[in-house]
Design a protein around this ligand. Sequence first.
Ligand code: 13P
Ligand code: SF4
Length: 335
Amino acid sequence: MDTRVAVAKKALEKNGYLDLEVDPLMDLFAEIERLKREKNAIVLAHYYQDADIQDVADYLGDSLGLSQQAAGTDADIIVFAGVHFMAETAKILCPEKKVLLPDLRAGCSLADSAPADAFKKFKAQYPDHIVISYINCTAEIKALSDIICTSSNAEKIIESLPPEQKIIFAPDKNLGAYLRKKTGRDMVLWNGSCMVHEIFSLEKLTRLKVRHPEAKVIAHPECEEAVLRVADYVGSTTGLLKFAMKDDAPAYIVVTETGILHQMQKNCPEKTFIPAPPDNSCACNDCPHMKLNTLEKLYLCMEYETPEIIMDEQLRLAAKRPIDRMLEISARYGL
Ligand code: 13P
Ligand code: SF4
């Protein structure tokens, strides 16, 4: 093995990715296509990835669509352009496949907001409740849950349970509060949140609305209640994209991570999409975890087949049960 590669592999644990120089003249799009063919690899990407990564993806989607694709693929290698919990979910569903993540440090503030030990104690206080966990959590939290959900199926999953069934919803308190309102179910909420969706400024959003009276506000349910209250439509990333494609407004103020604007603009070139500003000096709102993946790191992880998601088998099996339940309920509702 090339000594440069051996050194980079050794430093993988520290760096989280293969720190190798990539020839700036290399056509990364063509190279990634070659690697997909040669290795029977599929690239699954979330809407919050960089535009270049979205453009090389075989499948682009929200968390539900991505897990359904992972469960159904016949590829030998799944390259996950997203964050760790997403790649981990793919590995849980497809243990026989190699699952690669371009940068292992691509975590999630929401998943981090629910440490397993603290959650175990919290859960013990409500022995007659069942646990519905948002997919944005670690495998350890999944293993402590009864059903997993995403932002596109959460409402249906809650409604599939008998009305008297008591529920703990974790880890996102904003999505939980939104679902409490939508379903009328009095769920106990874990106090977690997403650093990206919590930071939108209601004041700046209100000013934008005044400046663009023709624009509709579309928001992700991980946002705070005050922001959701002024939204014309609330939905998952796929939901927001579909709404913008079928609705007839000329402009939209988009209250979620900015990566989704690439697909909105691509699918609706005649419409205007305005990213909602966060409560800091930036004009738009990127997820620092999602944006750790780059086209170079994607190419490198495919070329050298590392970093790879490796899981303890017992944990994988325990985490798979509530994900399977989510996939079954989703299929029943045609989601
Ligand atoms: P969805 O993909 O379900 O829309 O969730 C967005 C998100 O925050 C993913 O991390
Ligand atoms: Fe996690 Fe929020 Fe980033 Fe999604 S946007 S990956 S919930 S930190």
